[in-house]
Ligand binder design. Structure first.
Ligand SMILES: CC(=O)N[C@H]1[C@@H](OP(=O)(O)OP(=O)(O)OC[C@H]2O[C@@H](n3ccc(=O)[nH]c3=O)[C@H](O)[C@@H]2O)O[C@H](CO)[C@@H](O)[C@@H]1O
Ligand SMILES: C=C(OP(=O)(O)O)C(=O)O
Length: 419
């Protein structure tokens, strides 16, 4: 398994180009199952999760072709409706095949994704919503087996929890349903807006994406489209935090500050200088003292859980004490014991990490447990003294495009070691 070997103690300076957002690209690639035609997506990031999605789409019969960062998906040759465990287990977002397959073909068999390191992550809200739209669903032998006699039916659906994935699955399914669907208590993430824009370009009729109430008027069929994936706000946030932790100055290019306000606000509170322009964000931490900040994760437009681990690392190197409260996932503190191995002064109390001032951070051998936990360990390795070896970096590759190249370009000493 590959490892990162980091020699700590460097600062970070320069420019970094942000890739397209994993969490927008994944649902959008699954949306390509809806039309009986070709769709072309640009700014698609080169990630392990995108490779898994590509493999799954091919298994379903779709044509898939790359040209630079453009991915063309031909939905006209999809002739299977089974998403097998071997692929779904590699990436939970595979469950997003369920809504599109069911809506277009009237049937789908999708393996249950199962839990992961950060929590149990059930899919009951996805299933209940599709049942409200008239689907018959049984879960047997680890598979969600869904059928619909004729088209799905538009329905009023109140989702009991704010769920990004359930909102996306139901939104996609509703585009081809008979009549109007209302999704109430919907997730409001920018990635949902990007998906809705893509579906609209395919011919869907959607109002309210980006608010908690989305209304979809079903149409008979959708057509292939051209669509650009929005920039990755979490990758952007990760590089901004990296710069702040390393007392550096970094310009993130090809990004969008409008979706990052909760994160930028916390960086300013941490005493970083932050400047935003149309598609760039600049952070300067030179000659400034980093202050610890309190964080509480919330659904968008609250502070994103996907930036929690990085801010935990930031607090470790900052002055003062602060708390980090995780409200979205029940087990998203797997980075804490690893940070403690590097000398971090953190104490866990339920869903809160209490970060005190750390005297000395020293490099250590640490293990990546999930995607953002991995990022927090890399960032800490860059500022710790000595060598840090991060194991199991396949987690990082799920969601960061060649993070070691981008960090090296900024001055970090980080190497990928193939074992
Ligand atoms: C590919 C993708 O976009 N992943 C993001 C997506 O994950 P994902 O879509 O899986 O996250 P959800 O918003 O669905 O999960 C939020 C909470 O709802 C719970 N829940 C969800 C569905 C359900 O049917 N039942 C249920 O109980 C989950 O266990 C979790 O506690 O949103 C998360 C929350 O912003 C992010 O951390 C992930 O990066
Ligand atoms: C939790 C994440 O992703 P996923 O939902 O794909 O596991 C993430 O991007 O931080």
């Amino acid at each position: 398994m590959d490892q990162f070997v980091i020699q700590g103690g460097t600062t970070l300076a320069g420019e970094v180009t942000i890739s397209g957002a994993k969490n927008a690209a994944l649902p959008i690639l699954f949306a390509a199952l809806l039309p009986n035609g070709k769709s072309r997506f640009s700014n698609v990031p080169q990630l392990r999760d995108i490779g898994t999605t590509e493999a799954l789409l091919k298994t379903l019969g779709a044509g898939v072709a790359w040209q630079g960062d453009v991915l063309e998906i031909d939905g006209s040759c999809v002739d299977k409706v089974l998403a097998p465990y071997e692929l779904v287990k590699q990436m939970r977002a595979s469950v997003l095949a369920l809504g599109p397959l069911l809506a277009r073909f009237g049937e789908a068999q999708v393996s249950l994704p199962g839990g992961c390191a950060i929590g149990a992550r059930p899919v009951d809200i996805h299933i209940k919503g599709l049942e409200r739209m008239g689907a018959e669903i049984n879960v047997e032998n680890g598979y969600i087996n869904a059928t619909s006699s004729g088209r799905l039916k538009g329905a009023e659906i109140y989702m009991e929890m704010v769920s990004v994935g359930a909102t996306e699955n139901l939104l996609m399914a509703a585009t081809l349903a008979d009549g109007t669907t209302v999704l109430d208590n919907a997730a409001q993430e920018p990635e949902i807006v990007n998906l809705a824009e893509c579906l609209t370009a395919m011919g869907a009729n959607i109002k309210g994406a980006g608010t908690s109430r989305i209304e979809i008027q079903g149409v008979e069929q959708l057509a292939g489209c051209e669509h650009r994936i929005l920039p990755d706000r979490i990758e952007t946030g990760t590089f901004l935090v990296a710069a702040a932790m390393a007392n550096g100055e970094v310009l993130c290019k090809n990004t969008d500050h409008t979706s990052l306000e909760p994160v930028l606000e916390k960086l300013r509170a941490a005493n970083a200088l932050v400047e935003v322009h149309t598609d760039t964000i600049y952070v300067d931490m030179r000659n400034r003292t980093l202050q610890a900040v309190n964080i509480k994760t919330m659904p968008h437009p609250g502070f994103p859980t996907d930036m929690q681990a990085q801010f935990t690392a930031l607090n470790v190197v900052a002055q003062g004490s602060a708390t980090i409260t995780e409200t979205i996932f029940e087990n998203r503190f797997m980075h804490v014991p690893e940070l403690q191995r590097m000398g971090a002064n953190i104490r866990l109390e339920g869903n809160t990490a209490i970060c005190g001032e750390t005297e000395k951070l020293s490099g250590a051998q640490v293990m990546a447990t999930d995607l953002r936990a991995s990022a927090s360990l890399i960032l800490t390795g860059i500022v710790a003294t000595g060598e840090t070896v991060v194991d199991r970096i396949y987690h990082v590759d799920r969601g960061y495009q060649r993070i070691e190249d981008k960090l090296s370009q900024l001055g970090a000493n980080i190497k990928r070691k193939h074992n």
